[in-house]
Design a protein around this ligand. Structure first.
Ligand code: NDP
Length: 480
């Protein structure tokens, strides 16, 4: 049984309560590790350590801080296989995906911000013969970073790396469902000699640890990725305390295929956009809209490929999909498929849990599911399901599909397929999402602003946006 520990003030410790939570491997449904059931006392200790470390860390040169982050990046890559296996076991995601995407990206996050901070500059504003203003950008203090279970180390480090690079110290909480790679990251921080208290990782429940971070008066900046409802709760607490907030929340992303699209590419990418990581990526295209004259052709090609997708043991590279993250999440998916049927949806393929024999018999597996015949306004098409369930629907005109796409309260990402450049620009401009992909999906450049509109969040991550978020600008005006 792996015993996960908190990382506070440079050392690995148990929760002050000495209580532990069980951690389940989604593919087997079996407990394989335990994590500290921390509470506000552990958060207070972590915050104190982070406060103490702030003056040293923030006064290091950007180059020196960057060196630490680059070393962490290298160590993650050296242990890629080990980290990927841990991530796959902890989250149920296929090992090949953790190897190809999650772990390399976690390493890139550290390298990207560790080098980026050395090029970060602030503005100056010259007033003709009167004055010169310059903007001083300094780290804020202790940053609170809270991340979800779907891309555990990938999203955890996407927050921690820019916060540290900018000179803040950090109190961070990974999801209680997927704590393992964050624990291994703390071991790497010790190995590279990151000064004590610079990064603190507190494990445990959102309701205890997450809330304690958000409420702590000495944590003035919070970066959160997770569900929209949790984001609302965080905003309610942090708003009146005037904390700086970055909220990356849910999505219900449209995937739009016009009749002049390159069909084969649109179909192949739709498979990835629908079912990568069992559909548990905030960017997944869960509403497919296809122009009517190619609808049947697209649908048949798409369904053929969906039916051929293999689901099973995440350790077997032949499986495209592994297990869903938890029993509770599996039940949520089942309830949404039931709702879709009640709303008049026709299940074209999937729609059931998969029961494997042997060691996977208690695992949380679900078939890739495609549903037709629903109105764009029904709950199935408006609420985030966050699983291997997509709906497909025809449309006639550009105006109509823009209305469908923009009809939800979310506005995270969209994917548009067309070979008409003018149409691509026109539709991209009218779609209310923070990210628009044209003839692609999840093609990421870490310099670009990342985040959503409407209920999908507040603020942007990535590149200079992240470094600006984690610094406080101060204008200094000098009269000439
Ligand atoms: P949750 O909102 O349930 O949890 C996210 C994190 O917040 C977890 O660490 C959780 O801890 C913690 N938490 C829970 N309650 C509170 C609270 N009251 N105060 C502070 N922290 C709390 O999201 P999920 O983990 O279920 O992740 C899935 C969601 O994340 C989806 O909606 C998805 O769209 C969204 N997401 C958004 C992304 C984006 O970039 N926009 C990217 C990836 C996911 P615990 O796990 O212990 O409950």
């Amino acid at each position: 049984m792996i015993q996960i520990k908190n990382y506070i003030n440079g050392t690995l410790v148990d929760a002050i309560s000495n209580q532990r939570l069980n951690n389940i491997a989604p593919a087997t449904g079996k407990v394989y590790s335990q994590l500290p059931d921390s509470d506000e006392r552990d958060v207070a200790a972590a915050t104190q350590a982070a406060k103490n470390a702030f003056s040293i860390w923030s006064s290091l040169s950007a180059e020196k801080r960057g060196d630490y982050l680059t070393q962490i990046s290298k160590k993650i890559l050296e242990k890629l296989e080990f980290f990927a296996q841990a991530e796959s076991m902890d989250s149920g995601k296929p090992l090949w995906l953790a190897k190809q995407t999650d772990i390399p990206r976690a390493a890139s996050n550290f390298k990207f911000f560790g080098t980026g901070i050395q090029h970060f500059a602030s503005e100056s504003h010259y007033m003709e013969e009167t004055a010169i203003n310059y903007t001083l950008r300094r780290p804020i203090g202790v940053a609170g970073c809270i991340s979800p279970w779907n891309l555990p180390l990938y999203l955890f480090t996407w927050k921690i790396a820019p916060a540290l690079a900018a000179g803040n110290t950090v109190v961070a909480k990974p999801s209680e469902l997927t704590p393992l790679t964050a624990f291994y990251l703390s071991e790497i921080c010790i190995e590279v000699g990151l000064p004590a208290g610079v990064l603190n990782i507190v494990h445990g429940l959102g309701a205890k640890v997450g809330t304690a971070i958000v409420k702590h008066p000495e944590i003035p900046v919070i970066s959160f990725t997770g569900g929209t409802k949790t984001g609302e709760e965080i905003a309610r607490t942090a708003g009146p305390m005037f904390k700086k907030l970055s909220l990356e929340l849910g999505g219900k992303n449209p995937y739009i295929v016009f009749n002049d699209a390159t069909l084969e590419d649109a179909v192949n990418t739709a498979i990835r956009a629908s079912f990568t990581n069992q559909g548990q990526i905030c960017l997944c295209g869960s509403r497919l809209f296809v122009q009517r004259d190619i609808y049947e052709t697209f649908k048949n090609e798409y369904l053929k490929k969906v039916k051929a997708l293999r689901v099973g043991n995440p350790a077997d590279d032949k499986n495209f999909m592994g297990a869903l993250v938890s029993k509770q999440h599996l039940e949520k998916i089942e309830s949404y498929v039931q709702l879709a049927k009640e709303e008049g949806g026709i299940i074209l393929t999937g729609g059931n849990r998969i029961q494997f024999p042997g060691e996977l018999s208690e695992g949380y597996f679900y078939q890739p599911t495609v549903i037709e015949g629903l109105s764009f306004q029904c709950r199935t098409n408006q609420e985030e399901i966050f699983g291997p369930v997509v709906t497909i629907q025809p449309f006639d005109t550009e105006e109509e599909v823009i209305e469908y796409a923009n009809s939800t309260s979310y506005g995270l990402a969209s994917s548009i397929w067309t070979n008409d450049v003018k149409r691509a620009h026109r539709v991209a401009e009218k779609i209310k999402t923070g990210i628009v992909w044209i003839n692609c999906w999840m093609l990421r450049d870490l310099r670009t602003p990342f985040g959503g509109m409407k209920s999908s969040g507040v603020g942007r991550e990535g590149g200079w946006e992240a470094l600006r978020f984690f610094t406080e600008p101060k204008n200094v005006c000098i009269k000439l």
